[in-house]
Write a new protein. Structure first.
Length: 132
């Protein structure tokens, strides 16, 4: 009839915030992300001086990431791996998702099925753009 949890020690966990220009494996633009950066991660653009593009690695089950725009001036562009999907609104394979230059725009992505990113939360100003 219910679920219970008995804990004799501390429950711990962590979310790693990645500062766009300092902590990512690839600090060039566009940023090519690696799988290790997409495990309980928040990527933000604090301190950036321009729009930033983030190229996702192949989506594998268990990956999860939030992109959070801290800028009122610059966009964050999320580019899925070739032929992969970010399931948001009318997006199709390879479409980019852009967090517009509105502070606190965000999108949270989780991979439950290889090759597919599910949107589990979003807010602010987002747009879909066909990959050029």
């Amino acid at each position: 009839t219910g679920t219970s949890l008995d804990v004799t020690g501390a429950l711990t966990g962590s979310i790693k915030p990645y500062d766009n220009g300092n902590d990512l494996n690839d600090t060039s633009t566009p940023h090519t992300l690696i799988a290790a950066e997409l495990r309980r991660t928040i990527i933000h653009n604090n301190g950036d001086g321009a729009d930033s593009t983030y190229t996702l690695p192949a989506a594998t089950v268990g990956m999860c990431v939030m992109f959070f725009n801290t800028s009122d001036t610059y966009d964050m562009i999320i580019d899925p791996a070739a032929d992969e999907f970010i399931h948001y609104s009318t997006a199709t394979a390879d479409d980019w998702i852009t967090l517009e230059d509105v502070r606190a725009s965000f999108i949270s992505l989780v991979c439950f099925v290889a090759g597919h990113w599910e949107v589990v939360g979003y807010g602010g100003s987002l747009t879909i753009t066909a990959k050029p």
